[in-house]
Design a protein around this ligand. Structure first.
Ligand code: FES
Ligand SMILES: [Fe+2]
Length: 436
């Protein structure tokens, strides 16, 4: 039995015990202490624009139904019938005034209330207290720039506090144009034989792997002329860690433009975007691009280039398995040719199981997980030391900054993980995070 999480995660020295990725007790504990307490990403508001619209989601291994009720309010509920536990909604998305369980027919309104029970008079003698048997609500649901999050912990800090300074960076991806972004197309889902943390920590800030892992995809032309992927350029920028364990790779070069150097339509569009972005967010947030990022625990983003804009959640399915759900997002205001371009290019690079970069990454994470199971291998901790001791703060950019590439953001992620795993209350977690 794991007793001392802090011995497994030593962020002062940048060392992580491999049991963190493969041990069943650690996994059972993190479902309770991490997933049932953190704010987890559920859906984007543009997926449920109308009353009655719903999408399915997960928090950890718990299925969740995200619904805009008939009065327009967004709620989220455990997607499990209170009678015998059947999933009350089996569709990924749709519109419904009510959800009728397909087992015995209990019916719930789109606000979660139990509104119909077959045999209520004849079999229950009207003695069932229907008010007590509605769908179990997610304790707090809130959204930021259209991104809907939920937490099962009533005591968790507000979403605003949870995101903290990370919102500054999120705006670059989600609020650079009037109207924000929308999700286009459906969801890609696939299973990978990896611990969820390998995926989250990669997206949180692993620029180091790019010129090695993805070299074949780059050489084959899947990234166009994207200069970020040249080995000498992964150091153009910094790692920004902010809020409760979130991280973004920030690039001080724009990422895509040269790919379309000869396309006037694209160049005009980007000029328009930069102008609006500067007006809305200021110069500091226009001269940089936010690349790969992770909102703790398991929502990852790529947002730095017009050809790669994706949100994904690594749903844990045991210590050595994830079910990835991935979407493409575009600026609502973008012209159709740009939306089409982003959708197709993101599919090619990152958004699905057959995307070139995604395949490269999944291969690594699966083998990192597999090899950590060895009784000998697990005696040797993993190394997260790049940039250790080189953290800084800046007047211009909030959060704690580290060099690029570095493992600064990954250390922040695992620190938060350990704080949640060991902290009994959010006050304690807050104190640990702030270092007292
Ligand atoms: S399990 Fe849903 S009505 Fe019986
Ligand atoms: Fe990658």
């Amino acid at each position: 039995m794991i007793t001392d999480i802090n011995r497994l995660v030593d962020m002062e020295r940048g060392l992580i015990d491999r049991r963190v990725y493969v041990d069943r007790d650690v996994y059972a504990l993190e479902l309770e202490r991490v997933f049932a307490r953190a704010w987890c990403y559920l859906a984007h508001e543009t997926q449920i624009p109308n009353p009655g619209d719903f999408v399915s989601a997960y928090i950890g291994e718990d299925p969740v139904l995200v619904v805009r009720d008939s009065r327009g309010k967004i709620g989220a509920f455990l997607n499990t019938c209170r009678h015998r536990g059947m999933r009350v909604c089996r569709a990924d998305e749709g519109n419904a005034a009510a959800f009728t369980c397909t087992y015995h027919g209990w019916t719930y309104g789109n606000d979660g209330k139990l509104v119909g029970v077959p045999g209520y008079k004849e079999y229950y003698y009207e003695e069932l207290d229907m008010e007590q048997w509605g769908l179990v609500p997610v304790a707090q649901v809130d959204s930021y720039r259209g991104l809907i999050f939920g937490t099962f912990d009533l005591e968790a800090p507000s979403l605003q506090e949870y995101l903290g300074d990370f919102a500054f960076y999120l705006d670059i991806a989600f609020d650079r144009r009037e109207g924000g972004v929308e999700i286009i197309g459906g969801v890609h889902k696939w299973i990978m034989p990896s611990n969820w943390k390998f995926a989250s920590d990669n997206f949180a800030g692993d620029g180091y792997h790019v010129p090695v892992t993805h070299i074949s995809a780059v050489k084959a032309g899947f990234a166009g002329e994207n200069r970020r992927l040249r080995p000498q350029n992964i150091s153009n920028g910094f790692a920004a860690a902010a809020g409760y364990g979130h991280g973004y790779a920030v690039f001080t070069t724009q990422l895509d433009v040269e790919r379309f150097a000869n396309d006037p339509e694209y160049l005009n569009y980007m000029k328009e975007v930069r102008g609006e972005q500067e007006e809305r967010l200021g110069e500091s947030r226009t001269k940089v691009a936010v690349g790969n990022g992770n909102i703790f625990p398991n929502m990852s983003l790529f947002s730095g280039s017009e050809g790669n804009r994706t949100i994904r959640v690594w749903h844990p399915r045991g210590p050595d398995k994830i079910e990835t759900w991935s979407w493409v997002f575009v600026d609502k205001k973008a012209p159709q040719f740009m939306k089409d371009f982003t959708r197709l290019a993101t599919e090619r690079q990152q958004a699905g199981p057959s995307s070139a970069f995604e395949q490269d990454d999944g291969e690594n994470w699966g083998m990192c997980t597999e090899s950590s199971k060895g009784v000998m291998a697990r005696n040797y901790p993993l190394n997260y030391q790049i940039g250790l001791g080189r953290e800084r703060v800046s007047e211009e950019y909030p959060g704690s900054l580290g060099p690029a590439p570095s493992e600064h953001n990954q250390r922040a992620l695992y620190k938060m993980w350990a704080d949640l795993m060991t902290g009994d209350s959010w006050d304690e977690i807050r104190r640990q995070r702030d270092g007292h």
